[in-house]
Design a protein around this ligand. Structure first.
Ligand SMILES: Nc1ncnc2c1ncn2[C@@H]1O[C@H](COP(=O)(O)OP(=O)(O)O)[C@@H](O)[C@H]1O
Ligand SMILES: [Mg+2]
Length: 340
């Protein structure tokens, strides 16, 4: 997928303001942004449902404006709102889409059954979709987008409004589709979702990509790694913190003791500092049971980026420190354990 300078206006509203994106075959690009950022507009243009005012986009070798018919044959789309026919059963929904895609009756039937099985809907296959739970509906939606064996799949906020358990289920399904080799563009408001599914990220705000790259790379950009140390003896926490304040590298006097977890959290900004901290503890003879580094969560990344954007003179974004509407503080369990 190659997107260059995409612009779309709705009257006074500039929904897309020059978007550039690249997605490599077989990877997942997470397009992360708050409500109104332009995510759905982007997906609609890339799926030929909307014409851009300027810019170009080539998907799977087809130009979205000049070759829409060819492109439609190789893409799948799961929209932000479930689009199943309530009155039809799960099997009938999938069969109908197969027929709309010009598959024969026999092939449509076989493909429907195969996908019902694949998305754990076989038991509910004959029930009308209106009786399905939110998670089942979403699975039916995903199955529907897979009927035509798309090479490229757009998932527009696939788990918004779902409970955490169902969200996890959907993530599992998406991973399965990626394992089958599909290239995915996934939009989301959830940092955790992007982290779970995406290879690369594009953070989008007010129709512009404000940051992009690998997830670790984005996190590293914000800096602020924390070194977490677990002493063999929890009683040594305070002594260790004092030793670091006395003899540790710059910044280690800001060490935070987490007594309930039995951890010492030492802010570090370089590998040298990390080595120095370990060195001081070793030299003072404190036995250490485990150490790890903790990177900032994606919402911390987003806040840092939007904060930066707002502080530039030409930007008309939110005031520095303003939290984006939908930012939420996800528990970040991302630890990189290193041998003690
Ligand atoms: N059909 C439309 N007519 C007018 N404004 C629209 C239309 N679609 C989207 N917009 C506006 O464009 C901006 C981006 O919307 P959208 O792409 O839906 O964002 P997102 O999906 O990230 O929430 C918003 O300000 C929205 O109100
Ligand atoms: Mg949207």
């Amino acid at each position: 997928m190659e997107v260059r300078g995409l612009v779309k206006n709705f009257g006074e509203t500039r929904a897309l303001d020059g978007v550039d994106l690249d997605v490599r075959e077989g990877t997942v690009l997470g397009v992360l942004g708050p409500n109104g950022a332009g995510k759905t507009t982007l997906v609609r243009i890339l799926s030929t449902l909307l014409r851009p005012d300027a810019g170009t986009a080539v998907v799977a070798g087809y130009d979205v404006v000049r070759q829409p018919r060819q492109l439609r044959r190789v893409i799948g789309l799961t929209g932000q709102y479930a689009s199943v026919d309530e009155k039809l059963s799960g099997r009938e929904n999938l069969y109908m889409i197969g027929r709309l895609l010009d598959l024969s009756r026999t092939v449509s039937r076989a493909r429907a059954d195969e996908l019902l099985e694949r998305f754990s809907l076989t038991e509910a296959a004959k029930r009308p979709a209106q009786q399905y739970s939110g998670g089942m509906r979403r699975r039916l939606d995903l199955a529907a987008s897979m009927i035509g064996r798309p090479a490229v799949l757009y998932l527009d906020e696939p788990t918004t409004g779902l409970d955490p358990r169902t969200r996890n289920e959907v993530w599992g399904e998406v991973r399965g589709m990626v394992d089958e080799g599909v290239t995915v563009l996934l939009t989301t408001q959830y940092m955790e979702e992007a982290e779970q599914l995406a290879d690369e990220l594009a953070v989008i705000d007010r129709g512009r990509v404000i940051a992009g790259g690998g997830i670790e790379e984005l996190k590293a950009k914000v800096g602020g790694r924390t070194l977490q140390i677990r002493p063999a003896d929890p009683g040594a926490l305070r002594h260790m913190a004092r030793a670091l304040a006395e003899a540790g590298p710059r910044g280690s006097s800001d060490t935070v003791i987490d007594a309930s977890e039995g951890l010492l959290n030492v802010p570090i900004s370089s590998d040298e500092q990390l080595t120095a901290v370990i060195g001081v503890l070793g030299a003072r003879g404190f036995p250490v049971a485990g150490i790890g580094t903790h990177l900032p969560s994606l919402d911390e990344v987003f806040l840092a980026i939007t904060g930066q954007k707002a502080s530039t003179p030409q930007a008309d974004g939110p005031a520095p420190g303003d939290a984006p509407e939908n930012a939420r503080r996800a528990e970040d369990d991302h630890h990189q354990e290193v041998p003690a």
